[in-house]
Design a protein around this ligand. Sequence first.
Ligand SMILES: *Cc1c(COP(=O)(O)O)cnc(C)c1O
Length: 408
Amino acid sequence: MTETQLDIAKIRKDFPILTRKVNGNPLVYFDNAATSQTPRQVIDTIVEYYSRYNANIHRGVHALAQEATEAYEEGRKKIQQFFNAAHTHEIIFTSGTTHSINLVANGFTSLLKKGDEILVSAMEHHSNIVPWQMLCERTGSTLKVIPMDTDGVLKMDDYKKLLSRRTKLVVCNHVSNALGTINPIEEIIPLAHAVGAAVLVDGAQSSPHLKVDVQKLDVDFYTASAHKLCGPTGIGMLYGKQDWLKKLPPYQGGGEMIAEVTFEKTTYADLPYKFEAGTPNICGGIAFGAAIDYLNSIGLEVIDAYEHELLAYATEKLSRIEGMQFYGTATRKTAVISFNIKGIHPYDVGTLLDKMGIAVRTGHHCAQPVMDFFQIPGTIRASFSFYNTKEEVDRFVEALVKARQMLT
Ligand SMILES: *Cc1c(COP(=O)(O)O)cnc(C)c1O
């Protein structure tokens, strides 16, 4: 597949922010793993909502409330289809992946006991570590780590050895935000199920790049954040198998999530509303749907192929820079390049790149255990999206060469 399949010039016109200048230079945005940029189609959806039918949902009989409710539930349906969930009520709107994971971790409080074990991969984002540590504190269960090798690949033999009847949960990201590794969840999930454990997959980094089929994967819980797939911040989703979602208690109490309330007893609403207390991010849910429409209009396969072209191109160019050290060299990875240049602090490189209009992330990327593993304070991370170009990669490489000369 070649670049010609994507009309990059046309796509770039959809993203108003890409015409911006930063410190006098045209912006090169390579921080897509932190948050993606928003196309005009999604921005228009947000403007239209607040201009034409802003109303609270599910309760009102008036026209605006009905229009808003319909659009919000349409958003849920788009998400269901995007991840191929069996039912719309298996899609819970959350504020993002962090909220989704906390919802599940909280729900397991009454299901775990002392001696139970939760397995977590060595390359998790803090939001897929800390809620499980808190759950372990509440229940007396133990957190165990599935180790990785120096390429940033999980050691599957060690994983198999860690699995036992004590294992109640296995939690893992589909794609590592710090390294770009695509984890073999299609192997991880059935192995966990064989010992009776449930599996939560953090899909924050995979959902913008890979086609995910939650039924085919047979995953119990899957998460996504809209802001990483061209949608707005503050909205995301939790997919949960119907049986699990019925089993878990509500996360928060309030309006929307009830069937009936008296001072003696409250009964809860059916799925998905049981987990959606309070007025939700209505506009966000609608815009999440618009973002999915946008990605579908290009096609995830085309996006994936083009991003891999950028990854190969950039990796080859970067490897010619003296002192280059890559972290995360798995054969299966997304377009994320984590690296350091020998003798230079990543923060200094990031600051100089910013002066040249180039946005990358530096630091631990909310994955301190990954940095500890490689015994480094942090990395420079360039993460590409389908609206990036090879010319931008060239500018990035030139800027890095310049930064290196200035700092050594
Ligand atoms: C971004 C990210 C998260 C956190 O997502 P939020 O949108 O901040 O809740 C979790 N895990 C991974 C792998 C991520 O990339």
